[in-house]
Ligand binder design. Structure first.
Ligand code: COA
Length: 288
């Protein structure tokens, strides 16, 4: 019987296809929405590819952090209007349900609770439905000249998909309603003021600054990083009493599931060996 050998990193197939392009570098998976001719408008086909890509990257050792961005001069021009209006008007109710389910899966549920950290890198146009994956990534950095817009009011629809819910998690009501009701565009600097992105940087700094941030995340204890992200995201939906119970249990669970035993290492290095001070840096992850 032939013996099977595990493929090397170079031999492993790269997930993605026509509409989603993945490039690996330094533990970062750069995931490009890849319909530049259509300004990366998010079609049903793109949703299917993104679901497959996110599933694959979650268990791919070449990926410690995901950066979600767009090919060409757009992050994404939002939902593909042809696919989601013209085309879905003509198909059965079941097919329409399926199209929406597949879209929600990657844009919201999967990204929001993804096993690995995610950064949205907004490199250009960001409209309507694109706010959902932007907001469901953990962190975001924008080109300061990127153009954002909840344009829907200007042509007869309400903000696409779950955008109204998504913006309410990051923006204040006054600001969110202002842009929902006026459809006015804004740039990356304003997106930073609104809390939609962590930073807005000049275009020629965008990739490097995103890379720096991704590498910081790639260095962390991945189990504790995941637990900390999940704890924050679930606790914000709870009242104080439930959150207190949940977070205590989550802390205990983190100690239990952390194969690196980070807590024990940190304690030993701070309390016994006095080789590490939390206020001055990181514990030594390789010390065990
Ligand atoms: N859905 C479907 N197709 C889209 C699209 C969308 N959301 N956004 C752009 N496209 C298509 C255009 O129809 C055009 O296709 P064509 O070449 O077959 O004619 C192609 O992408 C290029 O777009 P174009 O408008 O020519 O590019 P531009 O650089 O002049 O303008 C935008 C870019 C993003 C400002 C403009 O395309 C736009 O306003 N898009 C719609 C944005 C929007 O309201 N999104 C909300 C959806 S929820």
């Amino acid at each position: 019987m032939a013996t099977m050998t595990a493929p090397t990193a170079e031999e492993k197939p790269v997930p993605g296809g026509n509409d989603v392009l993945v490039k690996f570098d330094e533990g970062i998976a750069w995931v490009h929405l890849n319909r530049p001719d259509k300004r990366n408008a998010m079609s049903v086909g793109l949703a299917r590819e993104m679901n497959a890509v996110l599933d694959a990257l979650e268990i791919d050792d070449r990926c410690k952090v995901i950066v979600l961005t767009g090919s060409g001069d757009a992050f994404s021009a939002g939902m593909d209007l042809k696919d989601f209006f013209r085309a879905t008007d003509a198909i059965s109710d079941v097919e329409r349900h399926r199209a929406y389910r597949e879209t929600r899966a990657w844009q919201w549920r999967t990204l929001m609770y993804y096993a690995k950290p995610t950064i949205a890198m907004v490199n250009g146009w960001c409209f309507g439905g694109a706010f959902t994956p932007l907001i469901c990534c953990d962190l975001a950095i924008a080109d300061e000249a990127a153009v954002f817009g909840l344009s829907e009011i200007n042509w007869g629809i309400i903000p696409g998909g779950v955008v109204s819910k998504a913006i309410s998690t990051l923006m204040g009501d006054r600001e969110a309603l202002y842009y929902v009701m006026t459809g006015e565009k804004f740039d990356g600097r304003r997106a930073k003021e609104l809390g939609l992105v962590n930073e807005a940087v000049p275009a020629d700094r965008l990739r490097e600054r995103t890379r720096e941030l991704a590498l910081i995340l790639a260095e962390k204890n991945p189990t504790v990083l995941r637990q900390a992200r999940m704890a924050y995201k679930y606790a914000r939906e709870m009242n104080w009493e439930l959150a207190a119970e949940y977070l205590t249990a989550k802390g205990d669970q983190t100690t239990f599931v952390d194969v690196e035993k980070g807590r024990a290492q940190g304690m030993t290095q701070f309390l016994d060996e006095k080789t590490f001070k939390p206020g001055h840096g990181h514990y030594n992850r390789d010390a065990s």
